[in-house]
Design a protein around this ligand. Structure first.
Ligand code: SAH
Ligand code: SF4
Ligand code: F3S
Length: 481
């Protein structure tokens, strides 16, 4: 899920500024986001809703009249970080008693009303499906009450809301295509915080991609917890189609988005191994502007463990999906997510994860220690019985192995030429640009004559396990339609 912009659910929180061209009410909103790309995309919807109410946003918390924190519950340490942050706001509120503090997103949904008891400074608790109600919630607080809306919806997709883009580069944007998740992986809190899965209409998705392209964006990432289960089966009147009428699946949706412009790169996240079809890979292979990169979280390399995780596939099935990717699109990059120390994990099961990693040679991976989450199937059915130290040791082994694979994969690129979309100056030096190649690897090179938003051919000269370094050999002209 985190393929874009190096977002890691538990690692990153960021503040954002919105420029408003609507009549303002003189009040300022400070918005901070944690968690996955879906949460960052939601923050753009939140900014849009608040903007329509006249709130300008600020990246300076000192000038804020209202602070909203869009939160993540995926692991305990993600929540711990947010609680620490809330205590900063508590101190601020002592100095500025009128300050309104709202907790939004997954932690709000998980803790509901209880959050108000636990965190006395909080005024608003709003779950992921209640953002249209934010203006009312803010008014309630203005009237001296606390305000809570944690209702989950079966059909809210915010499809008609034009998100206010909060990313800094103006080149790469997120577009939500589904919300919620119906999978119930036993370790995962998301079905409880985000509710039932629902798809957004293809028309509104394609329209948003056109708007992004026209605003100068050159890359979209289609977002869903399981993009492969995208399915749109409504008529334009909002009625469910019968079996004789055609529906839109994820492969078809990608074709529609790929047709927006040959100069618009298409990425997506997250694919689910149990649902990823050959048709999706074939569509990727057919379109030059769909990036040859798939994030396919495996979680574990052992079939019994995958059963305990309720993932819906076996080791063999996963390897069969990898084989299909390699067959249909031999140069496709593949990344994954891995959890170490899930309930009852034996050393043999852990060894199976390492052997699967050796077999697949992932280009990139997000790796985590298991963190038990309240209400999940695992919390109810199993004991969180792998000692912390063992979880940590296994994680270290997994990370070390992965880094060696990533380094080897990057070293194989030295001497080759990749197409990179220029995103902006590199973090280290203003003289260098940073972007990502078609495989989603960060690539850094001297600026030369290139501009942000250009596609450039970069010859790779050096690398680390995370970054490729090279030089521009050609600036590509815009594609002819
Ligand atoms: N929908 C995506 C994943 C969303 S959460 C999918 O199905 O693959 C992102 C990642 O966080 C998961 O892939 C998993 O590796 C990790 N994760 C989720 N719950 C976790 C938990 N309780 N403890 C540790 N890692 C967890
Ligand atoms: Fe969580 Fe599984 Fe849904 Fe991913 S597919 S969000 S891991 S329940
Ligand atoms: Fe976190 Fe919610 Fe995303 S729990 S990972 S912000 S869906």
């Amino acid at each position: 899920m985190e393929i874009n912009k190096e977002i890691d659910e538990s690692q990153q929180g960021s503040a954002t500024v919105v420029k408003s061209d609507k009549p303002l009410n003189g009040k300022k909103l400070y918005l901070e986001s944690y968690g996955c790309a879906m949460n960052f995309a939601d923050s753009e919807v939140i900014a849009s809703i608040m903007n329509s109410e006249g709130y300008a946003t600020t990246s300076d918390v000192h000038e804020a009249d209202i602070v909203l924190i869009n939160t993540c519950s995926i692991r305990e340490n993600a929540e711990d970080r947010i609680r620490k942050r809330l205590s900063d706001f508590k101190n601020r509120k002592k100095r500025q008693p009128g300050l309104i503090v709202g907790v939004l997103g997954c932690m709000a949904e998980r803790l509901k009303q209880n959050l108000l008891e636990e965190e006395k400074l909080v005024d608003i608790v709003a779950g992921p499906d209640s953002y249209r109600d934010l203006p009312n919630l803010v008014n309630e607080v203005g009237g001296g009450q606390k305000a809570v809306n944690v209702l989950l919806s079966r059909d809210e997709t915010y499809a008609d809301i034009s998100p206010v883009r909060l990313d800094k580069n103006g080149i790469s944007g997120f577009v939500s295509i589904t919300r919620g998740c119906d999978n119930m992986c036993s370790f995962c809190v998301v079905p409880f915080t985000r509710g039932r899965e629902r798809s957004r209409s293809p028309e509104t998705i394609v329209r948003e991609c056109h708007e992004l392209f026209n605003a100068g964006y050159r890359e979209v990432t289609l977002l869903g917890q399981n993009v492969d289960s995208y399915r749109w089966n409504m008529t334009s009147k909002g009625e469910v189609k019968d079996e004789t009428q055609s529906t839109t699946n994820f492969a078809q949706l990608m074709e529609l988005v790929a047709a927006v412009s040959p100069d618009l790169r298409v990425r997506f996240s997250t694919s689910h191994p149990k649902d990823m079809t050959d048709e999706v890979i074939e569509v990727m292979a057919k379109h030059d502007n769909i990036c040859p990169y798939i994030h396919l979280p495996v979680q574990s390399g052992n079939t019994e463990m995958l059963q305990r995780m309720n993932r819906g596939y076996s080791r063999e099935w996963y390897l069969n999906r990898i084989e299909a990717i390699r067959r249909i699109m031999p140069d496709c990059a593949i990344s994954t997510d891995i959890i170490t120390g899930f309930c009852n994990e034996t050393d043999e099961e852990h060894q199976d994860t390492l052997s699967l990693m050796r077999e697949v040679q992932f280009d990139f991976a997000y790796m985590y220690k298991y963190s038990e989450r309240p209400k999940t199937l695992a919390e109810r059915r199993f004991e969180d019985n792998v000692p912390e130290e063992v979880k940590g040791d296994r994680l270290t082994e997994v990370i070390d192995l992965q880094l060696s694979h990533a380094l080897a994969a990057n070293q194989r690129q030295i001497g080759k030429t990749h197409t990179v979309l220029v995103e902006g100056p590199s973090k280290r030096s203003e003289d260098f640009f940073s972007g990502r190649n078609e495989y989603n690897t960060k690539t850094v090179f001297p600026k030369g004559e290139a501009k942000k938003g250009d596609y450039v051919k970069v010859k790779i000269n050096e690398c680390t396990s995370a970054t490729l370094m090279g030089e521009i050999v050609e600036i590509l002209p815009p594609a002819k339609k």
